[in-house]
Design a protein around this ligand. Structure first.
Ligand SMILES: C[S@@+](CC[C@H](N)C(=O)[O-])C[C@H]1O[C@@H](n2cnc3c(N)ncnc32)[C@H](O)[C@@H]1O
Length: 294
């Protein structure tokens, strides 16, 4: 790895929070053979799991866990264990040692289903966000994937989203269920706006929804999976694209100079670049304070 690549990697990793980063595991796969290594029978869970989720949502949850391979998964709202069974099956398919912590004040998990979960999961009876410190202690580390499917009121969703922030890693994913519900949507929008510098909002990634038959005149929408990624280190998050732009421009300027077309403009750009580079390489001393949620 070049020095520049190493520097960018270090900045992306957030060197002020090194202890709290879960390094993703990358795998080189041989496409000719790897299909046979996957236990595709684990996908059966999509058909039978007692989840309050549409087919697309079930597949997406399975796929996200299959692809992102979270090490510590937190679930707020478990009820019958339907979504937890999907997550556990996807972890089985890729043979990871991922752990689940499921939080619900009134879980109702069938004993046969719990047998499939207990190897990986801990069930905590209680309300989020009060119970989150216990959830964190249970797995002994920060969560890298959170499924928020508990209290669906505006205040409930906002409270859960903000409440999990101290307990998630740099780059953690928050997946919200029922993002088509107007209250949930409003809460996520407000959370994203409030933490604009710390989150990347990928929007709602499914297009299926259900409607409640109780309110025929103004039926409520349910369903929808919206994905948000958390970056604690907002100063670095903004500095990195600037630095990458600066480096790219620097390369372009060098190319121009190499062709001997040095102009006043180039001098101005170079002076500006020097200033930007100095800022990037010597970030403000109070950076670690800027990005601390606790
Ligand atoms: C829609 S269900 C969850 C369904 C489950 N995720 C699935 O797809 O299989 C919502 C659950 O959230 C729980 N809940 C409500 N408020 C909660 C809170 N503050 N913390 C944790 N769970 C909560 C309810 O008891 C209920 O079981």
């Amino acid at each position: 790895m070049s020095k520049l690549a190493a520097f960018i990697h270090k900045m992306r990793s957030g060197f002020h929070r090194e202890a709290q980063i879960i390094e993703p595991e990358f795998e080189i796969r041989d496409l000719a053979t790897c299909m046979g290594e996957i236990d595709w029978t684990t996908l059966d869970v999509i058909h039978w799991t007692p989840a309050w989720m549409t087919p697309a949502e079930r597949l997406l949850l399975y796929t996200l866990v299959f692809s992102l391979r979270p090490k510590r998964y937190l679930e707020i709202g478990t009820l019958n264990g339907g979504s937890a069974l999907i997550v556990s099956a996807a972890m089985d398919a890729v043979h990871t040692d991922g752990r689940l912590v499921c939080v619900d004040p009134k879980p109702q998990i069938d004993p046969d289903h719990w047998k499939q979960l207990e190897r990986r999961a801990t069930l905590l009876k209680g309300f989020s966000p009060d119970i989150l410190p216990r959830a964190y202690e249970t797995v002994g580390g920060l969560f890298d994937f959170v499924f928020i499917d508990g209290d669906h009121s505006y205040t409930g969703v906002k409270r859960d989203a903000s409440g999990v922030l101290p307990f998630v890693t740099e780059g953690a994913y928050l997946l919200f269920h029922d993002s088509f519900s107007p209250d949930v949507a409003r809460a996520i929008n407000s959370f994203v706006a409030q933490h604009r510098a710390q989150v990347s909002d990928f929007g709602t990634l499914t297009r299926e929804f259900t409607t409640s038959s109780q309110h025929q005149e103004s039926p409520s929408r349910w369903g929808g999976l919206r994905l948000v990624q958390v970056w604690h280190n907002d100063a670095l998050r903004t500095a990195i694209p600037v630095m990458e732009f600066v480096v790219a421009t620097l390369v372009a300027v060098c190319a121009i100079e190499a062709t001997k077309v040095a102009t006043t403009n180039v001098k101005c750009v170079t002076a500006m670049l020097k200033r930007e580079l100095l800022l990037c390489v010597n970030p403000p001393a109070n950076l670690s304070e800027v990005c601390n949620y606790r």
